[in-house]
Design a binder for this molecule. Sequence first.
Ligand code: HEC
Length: 221
Amino acid sequence: MFHWLEKNPFFFAVGVFVVIAYAGIVEILPDFAERARPVEGRKPYTVLQLAGRDVYIKDSCNACHSQLIRPFKSETDRYGMYSLSGEFAYDRPFLWGSKRTGPDLMRVGNYRTTDWHENHMLDPTSIVPGSIMPAYKHMFNNVADIETAYAEAYTVKKVFNVPYDQPDMPKLGTWDEAQKAVLEEAKPIVEAMKSQEVKEAYARGEIKEIVAIIAYLNSLK
Ligand code: HEC
């Protein structure tokens, strides 16, 4: 029936284009129709959380962890409510992942705490015997890159109109204001931790990577 199409390179190319474009259109159209809205109550990441998210990407946590709960009973029983597309509205890039060597982390903030993460990141097997997750000791030494995180937030605010500085939304403000806000937000996390290095660094005005990534993990709900 479609032999004529196979013999006609021009129409064949058009046909291929239409088929492939369809998949793109299905993804793009909702954006134009303004249907891809954030779910209610969803807020953009704070600068500290963004810095933690950058560490998450840099250290390839997404190679072993997904952030996408599928609508199956086995998953919702374990991780909570399945994911909705509007929950990823402020995720750039999204971190759905394609492999679960470890558990999904989409809502890990609901059932793990700062001190749990501190011990686990330092030595996973001390918390979960037999864990094959690597230890991330360097996060206790490395200083988090707050400046880049601020630049990222500033960029998405300008380019994509991400609603920073609006009522009930995280404040971005100037670089000086943002630095103060980061220290303020980090304070309860540092206080809940036992690491002396982290506390001493904080007293000097330095935020270690571990503090930023815990802020990020705690925000995943
Ligand atoms: C080589 C694969 C691998 C990598 C890379 C990895 N993890 Fe894991 N992770 C695991 C496995 C396996 C578990 C389950 C055992 C455990 O809890 O230690 C786990 C468990 C966890 C848990 C506990 C989740 C729960 O529901 O109990 C958290 C939180 C976590 N990982 C965070 C991270 C973060 C943050 C990073 C990046 C800095 C990371 N992981 C990198 C394999 C990995």
